[in-house]
Design a protein around this ligand. Sequence first.
Ligand code: GDP
Length: 298
Amino acid sequence: MFGNLSDRLIETFKNLRSKGKLSPADIDATLREIRRALLEADVALDVVKNFTSSVRERALGDEVSKALNPAQQVVQIVNEELVKILGGQQRKLSFAKTAPTVIMLAGLQGSGKTTLAGKLAKWLKDQGQTPILVAADLQRPNAVNQLQVVGERIDVPVFAPEPGNGVGNPVNVAKDSIKHAKQKMFSVVIVDTAGRLGIDEELMTQAKDIRKAVDPDEVLFVIDSMIGQDAVNVAKAFDDGVGITGVVLTKLDGDARGGAALSVASVTGKPILFASNGEAMDAFEPFYPDRMASRILD
Ligand code: GDP
């Protein structure tokens, strides 16, 4: 996903390393290259501006001029600032003190929510949890069925409206699923909600109502890393409209530029909890800002 960005940055640092002592002009030339590489990768303009100004301030300070290897020190600063825009420390999934833990998924249609619901359920099951998936996406006729297929693949039950009641009320389905999970002692409830192709008020109101009904421990905003510059606006809209606690990046295996996804944590102030990188049910892992930064810079 970040191949191009990665190549550009590595090339920039190679040029920098060929110099001994660094002048302010060398640092500015490097920063111009970094800025260009980030913008071309679709990282949001505000994020790029803040990033380059933080790097510049530190790079012109003592930590570089006094360093034995100034170029290496600049790379280190870029690495640390990149970790910061990716959210800093890794943030683990929050579990409820009393089961069940409720995780609500929100995002645009096609972002990968249903697939992610399955991956998350499998990951939790592998850790000894007993998850249940909830089909609260009653907008698309096939959505319930799609979640059931996912549930079967990973052998996790799905709570869904009875066949024939397919156009039920998703808020009631979500509410009933919590009662059901308590009765049957499921430890984690994963609620898949409806997405639209674009942001609309009805979608936001429905998601907000589901949120109120299930009182989730996490509201994870699922975002397709390939959607480009729109990512930032969509993320903000979901955070304002529904209130999110974290972000999941999907389709990191794609070959699009992906930089917009790198902006989401910084723009919303919400951590990225997981990254999803393929269609297989185990193509999924917790997100570590430091590992992602190293992957981009190494
Ligand atoms: P939803 O509408 O948000 O529920 O999205 P889906 O889960 O149905 O996913 C939309 C499409 O993206 C499906 O074809 C999935 O197989 C695919 N998909 C989901 N996650 C990933 C991923 O991480 N990588 C790739 N390559 N495809 C994915």
